[in-house]
Design a protein around this ligand. Structure first.
Ligand SMILES: Cc1ncc(COP(=O)(O)O)c(C=O)c1O
Length: 373
């Protein structure tokens, strides 16, 4: 099997991720923050170490790293926790449904209004696109760092600086770029990341980094193991947002994934970009293949294509029959497909353990499918 669906979740994970996750269940680890016995304290140290590793990767404060279930959960906390009736929100053509659905729900109930920023022909946004869309009620700007359809990376530092010029905080969806960015260079006020994609952790992990400038309302309240004398949700971080038992086996794995990325991050990004370029040039040489996204903009290792006259789902199935795991469809990004003018695409997405040989055999398989038509 050749796994090229790393944009959905990365596989394989480094072996230390598997060992750490299994170790938490095999050995006596208690419930972190619940109880003063050795097993609970040991569990608490794992959660603290992971929080510190993520904070170190991002250049932030550990208590502002909030563990969530995935990137969708992190985005929901930020969006539904921050917005109020009457707010206006800036959003982008490349937003995932993890952003669009919470926003559309609020819009349908008449609570907020939305404006979609104007992108240029390459799909890039500019500071002017923000100036054009800002209004008196604009209270949040939500940017996607890298598209999960085309891999195109937005110039987020300039865009965030422009939004800050109007006093508007920015929530950055870094689902496809986690591991390649930090708080200082982007300037994001809130950063949502999955733990199970670029950070190489298990599924069931995600992070919302909550900057000092913002204070979302918690969406989930309950026991935190702290301030238990009070029936009210504590104000201290991260407890304010982390009610209930943490997914400790997954967090233990995430700690190892983050350490791996901290050590190899720059090489991983360079390698994945190289594999993307190799696949792009192979597919672009086939006249019956349309490759989406501009080839000359910054990107991550996510590439979308279609074969002339073929449904994307059919192509993904034919590739599956040949042993390739690629995703066909809308990739939960309908606005991006409206912008591209497509009904869906086949998406190949590489990870740190993908190989040149795998990319080349995908190119061969697509060539064979075209010949069999
Ligand atoms: C851009 C983007 N945002 C959000 C998400 C949601 O991430 P998760 O699957 O961790 O909820 C994804 C998932 O693919 C994504 O690509």
């Amino acid at each position: 099997m050749i796994y090229l669906d790393n944009a959905a979740t990365t596989w394989p994970k480094p072996p230390q991720v598997l060992r750490a996750a299994a170790g938490v269940m095999a050995q006596p680890f208690g419930n972190p923050g619940r109880g003063g016995h050795k097993a609970a304290l040991r569990a608490g140290r794992v959660a603290d170490a992971c929080r510190e590793a993520v904070a170190d990767l991002l250049g932030g404060a550990p208590e502002r790293v909030i563990f969530t279930l995935n990137c969708t959960d992190a985005l929901n906390l930020a969006i539904r926790g921050l917005l109020h009736r009457g707010d206006h929100v800036l959003v982008t053509h490349d937003a995932h449904n993890a952003v669009m659905r919470p926003l559309a729900g609020l819009e349908d109930r008449g609570e907020i209004t939305l404006s979609v920023l104007r992108a240029d022909e390459k799909g890039l946004l500019s500071p002017e696109s923000i100036s054009e869309a800002v209004g008196p009620a604009t209270s949040l700007c939500i940017l996607t760092h890298a598209s999960n359809v085309t891999g195109t990376v937005q110039p987020v530092a300039e865009l965030i600086a422009a939004a800050h010029g109007y006093g508007i905080p920015v929530l950055l969806d870094a689902a496809q770029s986690a591991g390649t960015l930090d708080l200082k260079t982007t300037g994001a006020d809130l950063l949502a990341m999955p733990g199970h994609k670029g950070l190489l952790g298990p599924m069931g992990t995600g992070v919302l980094y909550v900057g000092e400038q913002v204070s979302p309302r918690p969406l989930r309240e309950g026991g935190t193991g702290s301030a238990s004398e009070s029936v009210h949700q504590p104000d201290i971080l991260p407890d304010r947002y982390e009610s209930g038992t943490l997914q400790l086996p997954a967090i233990a794995g995430l700690l190892q994934g983050v350490r791996f990325v901290r050590t190899h991050g720059a090489e991983i990004h360079e390698y994945e970009t190289y594999l993307f370029d190799r696949l792009r040039s192979r597919l672009s040489a086939m006249p019956e293949v349309t490759v989406y996204g501009a080839g000359d903009t910054p990107h991550v290792g996510v590439l979308s294509f279609n074969l002339r006259g073929r449904e994307c789902a059919e192509v993904a199935d034919l590739l599956d029959q040949r042993g390739f795991c690629l995703r066909g469809g809308l990739h939960c990004a309908p606005c991006m497909h409206r912008w591209l003018g497509t009904q869906g695409t086949v998406r190949a997405s590489v990870g740190p353990f993908s190989t040149e040989a795998e990319i080349d055999s995908l190119g061969d398989a697509i060539g064979q499918i075209l010949q069999e038509k």
